[in-house]
Design a protein. Structure first.
Length: 384
């Protein structure tokens, strides 16, 4: 009999309609595609909250994986998070179904499942930690909030009772080891992309930029609008495509109008996976001013399609680049503008960086490689 795995994801469900797939944030991409690969050997269910305002339980099937949406969610500063109804329904489901392996797909839910009495759930508990706030250095109005959450994380680390831990990047692993968690029960699982669906393309729209992600404060999307007037001086037809939604949507629209760049920015909202891939294949450069990432999945998706990244110089982006010449890490908007204008004017350089990026993705950042790491994590004895 195949073992049952339940993956709990707390910050936004994938949307599946008529076999068309779309996502609201990167964590749900990770949860679903890991589940799809594990489903070859296990019976896998992904549990996630409904969108805000939706309360009724509903079940979706996608490529051998059952996705169950429970309870409700609401925007809490930077992301949509399941509310108390989600936690109640999830606990009830786990007690009824008794999965053999329980995977919590972020720090908060990893901490919460450790509070469940072992008598209630005799399940192997695995936490998958994408990032830790305490390791992040952010500026602006979010700085105090990030530090406060970081202090709470530090306290929670001392009560965390997980059998094993998967982490998205080595920096998180280092922190857990420093806090006394056994190194032999931690695996860097990374992140990936489906290279069969994300095809490399050299046919790019001239002077095109793209950003993918939540429109939230830490993502710095408003500051991307600020670079457009300067780029317009040399390239009047520059076009920035923004995929995603979030609490900063209104602020971004206001900045577009203030700077009179409404002809140079297109707000797409959420797109299906197919629509997103088609747009990525057409765009020349991927940009991001995010101050905080566990990995930066859209960055890898961009590289897979030959869209060259010019992104903020933070640890997660450096980890994705692997010290290889696949794009540019920048420290401010001035540097970003300079690199964008250089690449717009140098097609051979753009093509070489694009090819380097695709090569790195094929070697390092695929869901096949991620699933191999998950298999390694699952095989570690729970009492190792």
């Amino acid at each position: 009999m195949r073992q049952k795995i339940a993956i709990i994801h707390i910050t936004g469900a994938p949307v599946i309609e008529n076999e068309r797939l779309s996502f609201t944030e990167g964590g749900s991409v990770h949860a679903l595609f890991v589940a799809i690969n594990l489903a070859r050997s296990y019976d896998v269910t992904v549990i996630c909250p409904n969108s805000p305002g939706v309360h009724q339980k509903h079940t979706l099937e996608y490529k051998g994986v059952k996705v169950i949406c429970l309870g409700n969610s609401r925007w809490v500063r930077w992301s949509k998070i399941g509310d108390l109804s989600f936690f109640r329904e999830t606990y009830k489901y786990i007690r009824q179904e008794k999965p053999d392996i329980l995977i919590a797909n972020n720090f908060l839910i990893s901490a919460l499942i450790t509070l469940v009495p072992q008598k209630a759930i005799t399940t192997t508990k695995i936490g998958v930690i994408h990032h830790l706030y305490r390791t992040q250095d952010v500026n602006g109005s979010s700085r105090r909030a990030v530090r406060s959450i970081g202090l709470l994380e530090k306290l929670a680390l001392h009560i965390l009772k997980l059998n094993k831990i998967g982490v998205i990047n080595p920096e998180v692993k280092k922190t857990f080891i420093q806090e006394g968690f056994p190194e032999n029960r931690i695996v860097v699982v990374g992140n990936g992309v489906d290279i069969e669906n994300y095809q490399f393309s050299q046919n790019k729209l001239q002077h095109s930029l793209i950003y993918i992600g939540r429109l939230a404060e830490l993502k710095g999307v408003t500051s991307l609008i600020d670079i457009i007037p300067q780029i317009k001086i040399s390239f009047p037809d520059v076009m920035l495509h923004i995929i995603g939604d979030g609490p900063k949507h209104k602020e971004i629209i206001q900045r577009i109008n203030q700077l009179s760049v409404f002809d140079n920015v297109t707000m797409h909202g959420y797109l299906t996976e197919g629509e997103k891939i088609k747009l990525l294949e057409k765009c020349a450069i991927y940009i991001s001013n995010s101050q905080m990432e566990g990995f930066g999945l859209p960055l890898v998706e961009a590289m897979a399609t030959g869209t060259v990244p010019i992104v903020k110089n933070i640890y997660a982006h450096r980890f994705v680049f692997q010290n290889e010449p696949v794009g540019y890490l920048v420290n401010n908007n001035k540097e970003m503008i300079t690199k964008i204008t250089e690449l717009f004017s140098d097609e051979p350089k753009h093509l070489q960086l694009a090819k380097n990026g695709r090569d790195l993705v094929e070697r390092q950042w695929t869901w096949t490689k991620v699933s191999e790491k998950y298999e390694e994590l699952i095989r570690i004895p729970s009492n190792a």
